[in-house]
Design a protein around this ligand. Structure first.
Ligand SMILES: [Ca+2]
Ligand SMILES: [Ca+2]
Length: 1013
């Protein structure tokens, strides 16, 4: 009672002051807080325009309840949203600041999309929050409805609601914690949702009333943020069959709008029923303008729409109702207020102090909310929307606005951030923005333009630009034809101390996958797509006339990592094997060679295989060279693995000298330990005798070590051996094969050690993201395992001139000094005149504990180590940990683009680029889950597989599907296909859908020419 009298008294004083005191510009009278602090409901509607409400002159749909709310309170005609699109608009309201100050510039989307829009992935929880400020002042806080300030899609690390000061919440897909009743699938809505699309506003109204009812003893702050009337418009059960074709029709909109208004009626009735009418300040507004506008009817004739800075995009309906406190039936067409004014204004009404140190952009206009218009605000209003052409959507024609705007007094100036396209309107006399007065009032336009651009420049630099100084160097190292357990840190006896050290200081993935073969893996790694999408379903070198998915050249509907990173300021280098180009002729076109696919510098081989002492297609830039005629690299003794390491080091050294301020991407593609078994004698000597006991003991030791390291589950069975050592007749030769193989890996590891040393020497190592992986599993191909003694008897060989190119990839061939190259079990491998593969028995050891080999998509063909090392990017507490989430080559592009702050392009050189298939591995580096929308799939030579969670369905060419539960049985020993026929059916259907989508079909195209059509 006493409180009521005091409050009345205060209102009388306010009323008296309203008559007596007119604030001068720049001075706004702060409201004394009411004695009884009201509940505050901010009802923020999605994509609703003034013309959608009868009380603003709308005539599409009767809105009796909204109109009644207007009659019972104040209707403002000059209220502005913070942005013409969801996320920044919401950010402005919640933080009281221009949303771009928190790097929210467009709707929050995928990480790649966010980068493209120069924005953060979620609202920084250290930003001011209206909810937190009111909670600190004793309010109970709830958020019911759409959030869209973080979470959803591949953004898995958005802070939870309590981080922003909310006690309770129920929200949708675009939030850190989607409510299961609203989110049956991995999308914003679906027909499977328990709460149907047309019942959502009712659901949020119910949650709001329930929250108020449960917190009667406390003032409440509630965000009631329905996702109506955003598209799709799904008005009711009866009309669901019309979706999606009817999703944007006028008829469906009318249905949705009518239902929305009915729910406003339920809210008003509910407040009354709870006895809270006079205790509740209810604010109704919208986050941005409508789209489609139905010929401007939904904007009440204002120019523009959602996505536009013209009034139709940002001038919103705004109603305030507080029976008994706020005068009824008023229209305030004087006060110019904005979303970011609500924070200080509502805090003033609630008696809540503003957060210490907060630099709010808004001002306290609480007198206006109580019915006393503020004729002149202190601060100008600013907006921006649209930072580039590729990542932002814009309305068409005259509704598209310049991308910066300012309003001061009655004047509004729009211009582009580069100062062009100035438009000046008097929005008091010309709210439709029809007459540009920039020429007539050029001094005013100059002044406002300068002010707007100064404001625009004060915004934080885009995430990608501000990350520039901290953009990591990226070193992606891949080896050739190695098995899962060939590195020390993955259970091997082969000495790889440098890779082991990287693993110890970094992370090891236990379920990383390649695509089973050289060319497809390289295409997938470079492009972030499945191989067939990049034109590399099979190998290079098949000639023309093949199916598109098997053309054998990296196509132009993909970009390489180098092409994606260059625009973000990266220099790009490749040392090693390319193997994604059909044409290898020295005089042929080179448009699919590295320099034409985004690399600044290239040293290496265009094709695969070949001698380590005289690799065919050895190349510097676009020019073929030989080990004897390369002026830039003259080692005492040429060995290709060393050459790849040495040239990589040269690239790093030259970069530090010439481009030290720029980050670089260095792709190091070793050909070790692909056949032939070639290694310097001193390396082989280190392994002499180690493999004399044959396959069994080594395989058993690796199996034990893998378990010890925690890389495999002890419960998994080791498959039977592929070869029987007792049956081997050429044991000395057979064990020498493995000695050389080990020497090749060892020598590569030493080179990696030297690359690391150079990064350290250049002081770049701490901020280098270094990744190591292998292109396919151990190789069982029998290359060079039969004697060619008879063939070479008739060979005549001459020493090769320094400029003479090695044209042969495999025998018959000769050494540069004129000796024939020998094969078969009489030839101890290692030297340059030998050409031998290590064979199936050792490949089986390499692939311990898995089945099958290179070519096949059982685990032995596609499982690879992945070591990730990045001192600045991986918390020290995470070092030496294992990442057990499945991941795939397609994720490497997404990861590089992510950490580089680069933009994955939708288009390049006028050519549409296929969307990324992978997800950034960055959350996994932090120990967080990856959110992959699609299962992983494989096809190579008609071998096919699909992995979804624990399940893998796999088949060899022409064979039936096998089903494995990889959690229980990653060695693929217990085929569950007969036991779970429904799972087989489901996964095979999904594989088929992928194959159709990913350019894999017709299956078997890898065998030859295009099928007749
Ligand atoms: Ca919206
Ligand atoms: Ca390979």
């Amino acid at each position: 009672m006493r409180a009521g009298i005091l409050f009345l008294l205060r209102l009388m004083i306010l009323a008296a002051m309203a008559g007596a005191y007119l604030p001068s510009p720049g001075v706004v009278q702060a409201a004394t807080p009411p004695i009884t602090r009201p509940n505050i409901i901010v009802l923020l509607t999605d994509d609703m325009g003034c013309g959608d409400l009868g009380c603003y002159g709308g005539d599409l749909v009767p809105t009796p309840n909204l109109d009644r709310m207007a009659r019972e309170g104040i209707r403002f005609t000059q209220y502005y949203a913070a942005s013409p699109i969801c996320s920044p608009s919401r950010t402005g309201l919640l933080t009281g600041m221009h949303p771009a100050r928190w790097r929210i510039t467009s709707f929050l989307q995928t990480r790649q999309g966010n980068h493209a829009c120069e924005q953060a992935d979620f609202l920084d929880p250290s930003a001011p929050s209206l909810a937190r400020a009111l909670k600190a002042a004793g309010y109970a806080t709830g958020h019911f409805g759409k959030w869209h300030m973080g979470g959803g899609r591949d953004v898995t690390n958005a802070p939870p609601f309590p981080a922003y000061g909310f006690d309770e919440h129920a929200s949708t897909y675009e939030s850190p914690d989607p409510h299961p009743d609203l989110t049956a699938t991995n999308w914003i809505w679906s027909a499977q949702d328990k709460v149907q699309r047309w019942d959502r506003t009712a659901y949020f109204v119910d949650r709001t009333l329930d929250f108020l009812n449960r917190h009667r003893g406390q003032p409440c702050y509630v965000n009631l943020w329905p996702d109506d009337v955003h598209t799709p418009w799904v008005p009711n059960r009866e009309r669901l069959s019309e979706f999606p074709n009817g999703a944007q029709t006028e008829r469906n909109f009318i249905g949705v709008m009518a239902e929305y208004d009915r729910q406003i009626g339920r809210l008003l009735a509910g407040l009354k029923e709870l006895g809270l009418d006079e205790k509740t300040l209810l604010i109704f507004t919208s986050d941005n303008g409508p789209l489609p506008t139905f010929r401007g009817r939904r904007t009440a004739g204002l120019r523009g729409s959602k996505l536009s800075l013209y009034e139709g995009g940002i001038r919103m309906p705004f109603l305030v109702r507080w029976p008994g406190q706020v005068p009824a039936g008023r229209t305030d067409d004087q006060t110019v207020l904005s979303a970011w004014d609500l924070f200080p204004s509502l805090c003033a009404l609630a008696g809540a102090p503003l957060p210490a140190g907060a630099a709010l952009d808004g001002e306290n206009l609480s007198p206006a909310l109580l019915g006393r218009p503020v004729a002149a605000r202190a601060k100008a209003l600013f907006w921006e929307y649209g930072r580039n052409e590729h990542a932002f959507a814009y309305p068409k024609g005259t509704n598209r606005s310049p991308n910066v705007a300012i309003r001061e007094g009655d004047w509004k100036l729009l211009l582009n951030a580069d100062g062009r396209q100035r438009e000046l309107y008097n929005v008091a006399t010309d709210p439709g923005e029809t007459t540009n007065q920039a020429a007539a009032h050029s001094a005013l336009a100059d002044r406002l333009g300068a002010k707007a651009l100064e404001w625009r420049k004060s915004l934080p630099r885009p995430a990608s630009a501000s990350a520039q100084s901290s953009q990591p160097d990226i070193v992606l190292i891949m080896s050739d034809d190695m098995g899962f357990s060939d590195l020390g840190c993955y259970g091997s006896e082969i000495r790889t101390p440098n890779l082991d050290a990287l693993a110890k200081e970094g992370l090891r993935f236990t379920q990383f996958y390649n695509t089973a073969r050289c060319c497809p893996t390289r295409a997938s790694l470079l492009s972030g797509l499945y191989p067939h999408q990049a034109g590399m379903g099979h190998m290079t070198g098949h000639g023309s006339g093949r199916e598109d998915g098997y053309a054998g050249d990296l196509n132009r509907r993909c970009v390489t990592i180098a092409e994606a990173l260059r625009p973000a300021g990266y220099r790009t280098y490749l040392s090693g094997k390319w193997h994604v180009a059909n044409i290898i002729a020295p005089t042929g076109p080179k448009d699919t060679w590295p320099l034409q696919r985004g690399f600044d510098r290239f040293y290496g081989t265009i094709t695969g295989g070949g001698s380590f002492y005289d690799p065919t297609t050895l190349c510097r830039g676009n020019t073929y060279i030989t080990p004897d005629n390369d002026p830039e690299y003259r080692p005492t003794r040429f060995y290709y693995t060393d050459a790849i390491s040495d040239n990589a080091i040269t690239f790093i050294r030259d970069h530090a000298r010439d481009h030290s301020a720029q980050p670089f991407f260095l792709y190091v593609a070793y050909t070790a330990a692909h056949w032939p078994m070639h290694a310097p004698a001193e390396e082989i000597a280190k392994y002499r005798g180690l493999y004399d006991g044959g396959y069994g003991p080594i395989r058993a030791a690796r199996f034990a070590r893998l378990k010890e390291l925690g890389l495999i589950d002890p419960a998994w069975q080791l498959p039977p051996p592929a070869e029987d050592w007792d049956a081997v007749t050429n044991r000395a030769w057979e064990s020498r094969c493995m000695e050389v193989y080990a020497a090749m890996v060892d020598r590569m590891d030493q080179g990696i050690g030297r690359i690391v040393a150079e990064l350290k020497r250049q002081n770049r190592f701490d901020n280098t993201l270094l990744l190591f992986l292998q292109d396919n599993g151990g190789c069982a191909e029998p290359m060079g395992r039969k004697s060619n003694a008879d063939e070479i008897k008739t060979m005549t060989c001459q020493p090769m001139a320094p400029d003479e190119l090695q044209k042969k990839i495999w025998p018959p061939m000769q050494t540069r000094d004129g000796r024939p190259v020998r094969t078969g079990p009489e030839v101890m491998p290692g030297p340059e005149d030998t050409y031998v593969a290590y064979g199936r028995g050792w490949a089986n050891v390499s692939n311990t504990p898995f089945r099958e080999y290179k070519h096949w998509v059982h685990e032995g063909g596609i499982a690879t180590p992945l070591i990730v090392h990045w001192p600045r990017g991986i918390a020290s507490s995470r070092r030496n940990q294992l990442v057990t989430q499945p991941a795939h080559l397609v994720d490497l592009m997404a990861t590089c683009v992510d950490v580089a702050g680069a933009v994955y392009p939708a288009e390049k050189d006028g050519q549409k680029i296929q969307p990324l298939e992978g997800v950034s591995l960055r959350p996994a580096l932090d120990g967080k889950p990856l959110h992959r929308a699609q299962p992983l799939c494989w096809e190579h030579e008609s071998n096919r597989a699909i992995r979804d969670g624990q399940w893998k369905l796999v088949a060899k060419a022409g064979q039936p599907w096998e089903l494995y539960d990889l959690t229980a049985d990653r060695t693929e020993m217990n085929d569950l296909a007969d036991r779970y026929p429904d799972k087989v059916k489901e996964l095979s259907a999904r594989w088929e859908a992928w194959a159709a989508r990913a350019n894999v079909l017709p299956l078997g195209s890898w065998r030859g020419k295009r099928a007749a059509k």
